[in-house]
Ligand binder design. Structure first.
Ligand code: THU
Length: 129
């Protein structure tokens, strides 16, 4: 079955700027009203400035005024599922809550998770009150 969100992440992956790792990642996040916003990883010669596809997608969405999210799809060209890195889990949790996380590659979906299972016992703004 085709999944519009995974398809969008696949297309976004084609724009990845992965000169250094050659590891291209695409992401697509869906808002509560069904809008799809995409991202890809963007690397930098100063390696630490690299940003992952997931954060590009959610930062783009937030910057356009979207605040409520339901699902994110993440696509790489690997047979094993590629889960989001720890930094992205933290940002996704803070702004997206318990998102559905769909992992996929160029031909199929490879995994389905809930963000709270990927980031148990999260630190977030509740601790700062
Ligand atoms: N990358 C992502 O875009 N998302 C992840 O969750 C894991 C890693 C990118 C960062 C870097 O450009 C490349 O993959 C290799 O780490």
């Amino acid at each position: 079955m085709s999944d519009k969100l995974v398809e969008a992440a696949r297309r976004a992956r084609e724009h990845a700027q992965a000169t250094f790792s050659h590891f291209k990642v695409g992401a697509a996040i869906e808002t509560a009203d069904g809008t799809i916003i995409t991202g890809c990883n963007i690397e930098n010669a100063s390696y630490g400035l690299t940003i992952c596809a997931e954060r590009v997608a959610i930062f783009k969405a937030l910057s356009e005024g979207h605040l409520h999210f339901t699902r994110i799809a993440i696509v790489t060209d690997t047979s094993e599922p590629t889960p989001p890195c720890g930094a992205c889990r933290q940002v996704l949790w803070e702004y997206g809550g318990n998102l559905e996380v769909t992992l996929g590659n160029l031909s199929e979906a490879t995994g389905q998770h809930r963000l709270k299972d990927l980031l148990p016992l999260p630190f977030d703004g509740r601790f700062l009150k």
